[in-house]
Design a protein around this ligand. Structure first.
Ligand SMILES: *Cc1c(COP(=O)(O)O)cnc(C)c1O
Length: 463
């Protein structure tokens, strides 16, 4: 194996223009980059991307959930072009670019009015880091030394150290959790494998007893509770009922704990409401937004706080009331102009109301996957659909990992012209909002074909 890998890499150095041997791919086994070389993508248009041979693929997952208005969207592209002719960047301290200023007003129009202060950064993980820092400093400014956080099993908040410290998807986080201070984790609201042994009809949000227990014991030390509202995305699109989200808010209120809603993935209409917290009619103290913000054009994120939180940070140079945080590219005008255009499209297309019909088609078409003997759960909310694969739906026993069935389905899907990327044993869809009814049906039909072929090939290994 070792020799083989070395030989492979020596060969590719010689032939370097077409080799991948300078790239370290995220979330990817090295061996897989040799056996299944990455596609080289040259172009995009709407829901499609095109490789350098001209083959097209439906981007079923909006390129990691960012492409909400499709690739190469004419309006966003043109806004960006205009901005390119004006100003590429200017620092944001003592000055602010026009697009960054405009964006703050467009965002304020969209957000609940209580969430009134907007802090820019570059990516979702960083938006979370900022939220955590704000919560810690908020308490310090009020004279209390709260240094702990509470979050959830199955939670994902990004890959930087602070964001990882409040995340709990074992394959991403376990190694690192052992190496820095641990926070508190309540149960995952994972309905398919309910930690409180309930089912959707008997659900009383009992899974959140675990949160209540933690707060009962530690509330005086806890700076904030951070959660993904409605859907734990990276853990495998674990969709949970609004009553569970309501209970998270009410328990936090009872113990006077700041709430941080990580809407990085679910904000801007994905769950069928503008923000996922709207499903429970709740407003968090702090909200993080990123992925869809620029329509997938440029990295940008925001951390938004209630004015009551910001009030603690109103000070002059004789005080410590200053958030000493910033990034070189904070409020970048190009990213801001793309974001302004994307928010314009949300309004123009009347998102999320106009999505109702297409969301329904997604949910209905997914039901056709029940016929497969390895489909354990089918779940959907808004423009997200997910299929959880198991060895045996009766026992919910997990698929043998070594068979790599989800991976094989994704590889097969490429042959059918689909870009999907499983999360563990979950195959999911998060297409751009502009997908038509026909394209949606076609996407699920082709996925169905990929399922059929892989399951047919693997059946003898499974039984
Ligand atoms: C993707 C994601 C993040 C991290 O965002 P990056 O831009 O990848 O750093 C944080 N929280 C949630 C809920 C996410 O889905």
């Amino acid at each position: 194996m070792k020799n083989h890998a070395r030989k492979e890499s020596m060969n590719s150095v010689k032939n370097s223009t077409h080799s991948f041997d300078r790239l370290w791919m995220p979330f990817t086994y090295y061996r897989d980059t040799l056996d299944y070389p990455p596609l080289v993508i040259k172009q995009g248009s709407g829901i499609y991307i095109y490789d350098k041979e001209g083959r097209s693929y439906i981007d079923c997952i909006g390129s990691w959930w960012v492409s909400i208005f499709g690739h190469n969207n004419p309006q966003i592209t043109s806004a960006l072009r205009d901005q390119l002719d004006r100003l590429e960047h200017v620092m944001m301290a003592g000055m602010v670019s026009e697009p960054a200023l405009n964006l703050s007003h467009l965002l304020a129009e969209l957000l609940p009015k209580e969430l009134s202060r907007i802090f820019y950064s570059d990516n979702g993980s960083t938006a979370v880091e900022i939220a955590l820092k704000i919560a810690l400093q908020y308490h310090a400014l009020r004279g209390s030394n709260r240094s702990e956080f509470v979050s959830f099993d199955g939670g994902y908040h990004g890959d930087t150290l602070g964001a990882m410290s409040v995340g709990m998807v074992p394959q991403y986080h376990s190694l690192f959790h052992d190496r820095f201070k641990k926070h508190h984790f309540a149960h995952s609201p994972y309905c398919y494998r309910c930690p409180a042994c309930q089912n959707p009809s008997s659900c009383n949000a009992d899974c959140m007893d675990s949160l209540e227990k933690i707060l009962e014991l530690r509330h005086e030390h806890i700076a904030a509770c951070i959660f993904e509202p409605m859907v734990q995305g990276a853990a495998g699109m674990r969709i949970y009922p609004a009553k569970v989200l309501s209970r998270i808010f009410s328990i936090c209120k009872k113990y006077d704990i700041l709430t941080i809603a990580d809407e990085v993935a679910m904000g801007f209409g994905r769950t069928g409401t503008m923000f996922a917290c709207d499903n429970a009619g709740e407003i968090p103290d702090i909200m993080c937004l990123a992925k869809g913000l620029t329509g997938g054009y440029l990295p940008m994120a925001v951390t938004v706080v209630k004015e009551t939180v910001f009030d603690e940070f109103r000070g002059d140079y004789t005080t410590e009331r200053i958030l000493n945080h910033g990034h070189t590219f904070t409020g970048n005008p190009l990213a801001s102009s793309a974001a302004c255009a994307a928010l314009g499209l949300l309004k123009q297309y009347n998102i999320p109301s106009s999505l109702k019909k297409i969301c329904k088609i997604l949910a209905e078409e997914l039901e056709k996957f029940r016929e497969f003997e390895i489909v354990g759960d089918i779940r959907s909310i808004g423009m997200i659909g997910a299929i959880e694969l198991v060895k045996d739906p009766k026992t919910k026993e997990k698929l043998p990992a070594e068979l790599r069935i989800p991976f094989k389905i994704a590889q097969k899907a490429l042959d059918f012209g689909l870009l999907i990327r499983p999360l563990g044993n979950v195959i999911y869809f998060m297409p751009p909002y502009i997908i038509t009814a026909e394209q949606m049906k076609n996407m699920l039909f082709l996925t169905h074909c990929a399922f059929k072929e892989v399951i047919h090939d693997e059946l003898s290994n499974l039984r």
